[in-house]
Each structure stands twice: as structure tokens, then as C-alpha cells.
Ligand binder design. Structure first.
Ligand code: HSE
Length: 417
């Protein structure tokens, strides 16, 4: 079957505009945009005024439109549109990770009730076709872990600040100008966007519907001079990574954290706006996916692929949902990390670690490197002047081999500011 698609498009921002252009260049697709609806009457657009309108019902009430493509910024307004479209039996494509993640269960229920497809490949890692791969190829029992760089803006900022010595502010400004960042960039820099994407990945990889707020996260906005200096001195890079993995008891551990990455690591080469995901299976070992993670055309290409799939009535089956997984307690997940904190807090901070490997203290700032659990890390990070960069995760075996509590391998005292 190769259905003719009549599209109602909501939003003509960076991705909407990209989709419009990409569709013009894909005449064989058998898909045509019938109506475009936008919100802001004062925004300058490259299309002429008569090519779009402002009334959402022109799409929702049009029986000829069988496909709604939702590409607006406001996640709550987006949810209302998607809900109404599904209720009216229209297939929907969206790239709105915040909306999808925050309303995941409701969206599942709507798809079940109204029996219409809802596709959102563009919502996670833009051009990397990860959701369909997780849906179609990877069976639940075979998957051990999924980890990756899932936010283009933060990867761009980290690349520019570490490798090119650009200031954080300038790098962020460039990410905004290039159309990578969210309209509220704290969603990127604070790690929220990565958390939404991880929540969606977990549903498709492991069949667990978590609430985004159940996933522990820290973004890159706290990273300071000391953490950057440590990276440069040791020839490391910092990447904001999302992780979900099964521990030895089969429980799912999840978090989003900035991580130090060695030059021998595959993620080390993934710079600028690129995203990458590594999937580890029980038998296939590791597979690595890489591609542009943000921007007009790469995101539009994923939307286009969903539109194309709708011609064959493709839909997600969510076969893994309700798998018998338990989510690991934060106190059972151990990490090795560098924690930067005010020097005055050094004694207090050291007691939070199961093992301290290294400590550096200058007049104002200090860092402590060692092993701690995620619950402790969460508590520690409630204070904004502290920041954490992951060094590695720990297996049960690693834990058994730890030094006795608080034993220090190195102690360095500097004079810096
Ligand atoms: N702001 C997002 C990012 C856009 O930088 O990854 C793509 O989801």
C-alpha cells in the first residue's frame, strides 16, 4: 500500500521550514502539505502570508487531511493538538521530545483507543534512526545497555569550550544561531532535553515507562574552570551522556550526567552537533550509531522518514511494554566521579564518598575524586555551587575491590584561586 498523504503542518520554525523545503525536493513521496498553521502573527517567515493560517481547526476539522505533523515549540499546546488529531483518527508525526516524554502514558492510551499511528523518530537524536531500530530489531532480553550523546547543543558547546577555548556564552550563542538550541536553552544546558530523550529511549529499549523526573540528571551548566582544566591536563573531553543499563541483578540504572571521555573511547571523536548512541546486547556485543543530533534538515529528514513510513501504515507496536523490570535504587548505583565543591566543604564532602582516590584544594575551589552512590550524588548536587563529572560506572566486582572507606590514594594541595 502506498497511501496518498494530505498533511496539516503545525509550526514553521527551524524544523517546520526545513521539512517544507525537504518535501519540495521529494516529489516521489506522494505526500502534500495542504495546510500550514502557525501561532505568532508577528514573526517574519520565508513563505508568503497566504501560504499559512492561524486557526488550528483548519487542520483538525479538515476531513481531507489524514496526517498531522506537529512541529511547534510549546509542549502543552503541542499535546492538545496531538491529542485532538489522534481523537479525530489522523496519523500524527511529532518531534517534540518534552511533550512526548511528559505525556508518554497518555499518548500510549490515545494510540490504543483511536488505533492511529503516532511517530516521533525526530524527537530523539534527530537524524539517527534509533527508535525504529529499537522497536524493530532489538529484542528486550538481548539488550544490556544504551548510552549516548543525545543533545546536539551541549555537545557543540563542550566541543567549542574544550577544544577551541571559546567562552561558554559565545558557544551557546552559536548553538542558538545555528538553530540547535531550544528556545529556552536551559532545557539543553540543564540536561532536561537529554532526560526527555532518555525516557523515550528507555520505553522503546526496555519497555519501561518512567516519568522524566524519575531520571537523575545534571547538565553542563555547572561545569567550571576546574573541571575543564582537569580535562585539558589529562587530554580528556567532557560529553553530556544519557545512560540506561541493567545491573548485575537485572535492575535498570538510569541517569544523565556530564562524563570525562578518554581519547581511546569512541565518544571522544563525536564532536560539534553530532549525537552518538552505543547499544550493548548480550550476544551482539556493542553497536555504535552516529549522526547529526539537531538542526533544521537533519531533524526534518527524520520527520520525513516518519511521513514516508505512514504511507505503509507503519506504527510502533510497543511490544516490550510492561516487561518485568525493576528500576534500581539510587543507593545501589555506584559511580566514580569528580566532584567540584567549595574548599571550605572539603571535610564534609569526603565523608560522602565510599572511597576517595584524589583530592585537590585551592583557596576557594576543591575537587574530590572517588566512589559514591547516586543517592548521595543527588543530595550533594542540591547545592548549586557543586558540580559533578562522571569518570566511570562501577560493577559489583569493582565495588568488591574498593579500598577501605575514605582511604586516599593521592592528596594534592594547590595554590590557585
Ligand atoms: N535542542 C536539541 C539539541 C534539538 O540540541 O539536541 C534536537 O532535539
Amino acid at each position: 500500500m502506498n497511501k496518498k498523504l494530505k498533511i496539516g503542518l503545525f509550526g514553521l520554525g527551524c524544523v517546520g521550514q526545513g521539512l517544507y523545503e525537504v518535501l519540495q525536493q521529494t516529489p516521489t513521496l506522494n505526500a502534500e502539505i495542504k495546510t500550514i498553521v502557525v501561532k505568532n502573527k508577528n514573526k517574519k517567515r520565508s513563505l508568503s502570508e497566504e501560504q499559512f493560517s492561524y486557526d488550528k481547526n483548519l487542520i483538525l476539522d479538515d476531513p481531507e487531511i489524514n496526517t498531522v505533523v506537529e512541529l511547534i515549540d510549546d509542549s502543552e499546546a503541542a499535546f492538545e493538538i496531538v491529542k485532538a488529531a489522534l481523537q479525530k483518527g489522523k496519523a500524527v508525526v511529532s518531534a517534540n521530545k518534552k511533550m512526548i516524554s511528559e505525556h508518554f502514558q497518555e499518548l500510549l492510551d490515545l494510540q490504543k483507543e483511536f488505533k492511529v499511528p503516532f511517530l516521533y523518530e525526530a524527537a530523539v537524536c534527530a537524524s539517527i534512526p534509533i527508535i525504529r531500530n529499537l522497536e524493530e530489531y532489538y529484542d528486550n532480553d538481548l539488550l544490556r545497555s544504551i548510552e549516548g550523546i543525545v543533545n546536539g547543543s551541549t555537545n557543540y558547546i563542550l566541543t567549542k569550550t574544550i577544544s577551541e577555548n571559546l567562552s561558554y556564552e559565545l558557544a551557546l550563542k552559536q548553538a542558538q544561531d545555528l538553530g540547535y538550541a531550544e528556545s529556552n536553552p536551559i532545557l539543553d544546558t540543564g540536561g532536561f532535553d537529554a532526560r526527555y530523550k532518555l525516557q523515550i529511549l528507555i520505553a522503546h529499549a526496555f519497555g519501561q515507562v518512567l516519568r522524566p523526573k524519575d531520571i537523575f540528571h545534571q547538565g553542563i551548566n555547572r561545569i567550571g574552570e576546574l573541571e575543564l582544566r582537569y580535562a585539558k591536563e589529562k587530554n580528556l573531553k567532557i560529553k553530556l551522556k544519557a545512560r540506561a543499563f541493567k545491573n548485575e541483578e537485572g535492575r535498570l540504572c538510569t541517569f544523565v550526567l556530564p562524563e570525562y571521555v578518554k581519547s581511546s573511547d569512541k565518544f571522544y571523536q563525536v564532536d560539534e552537533v553530532y549525537n552518538a548512541l552505543q547499544i550493548e546486547g548480550c550476544f551482539a556485543d556493542r553497536q555504535f550509531f552516529v549522526g547529526r543530533g539537531a538542526g533544521s534538515y537533519p531533524t526534518a529528514s527524520a520527520v520525513l522518514s516518519d511521513i514516508s513510513a505512514l504511507r505503509y501504515d507503519y506504527r510502533y507496536e510497543y511490544r516490550k511494554l510492561n516487561s518485568e523490570y525493576e528500576v534500581a535504587n539510587a543507593e545501589d548505583t555506584y559511580i566514580k566521579a569528580l566532584l567540584r565543591h567549595p574548599s571550605s566543604e572539603a571535610d564534609e564532602i569526603r565523608t560522602k564518598f565510599l572511597q576517595v582516590d584524589e583530592h585537590y584544594k585551592s583557596r576557594e575551589q576543591a575537587y574530590t575524586i572517588g566512589v559514591l552512590n547516586l543517592k548521595e550524588a543527588k543530595e550533594i548536587l542540591k547545592e548549586e555551587q557543586r558540580s559533578l563529572v562522571l569518570i566511570s560506572t562501577l560493577s559489583q566486582k569493582d565495588l568488591e575491590q574498593l579500598q577501605s572507606p575514605y582511604e586516599e590514594i593521592a592528596w594534592a594541595v594547590g595554590n590557585g584561586g
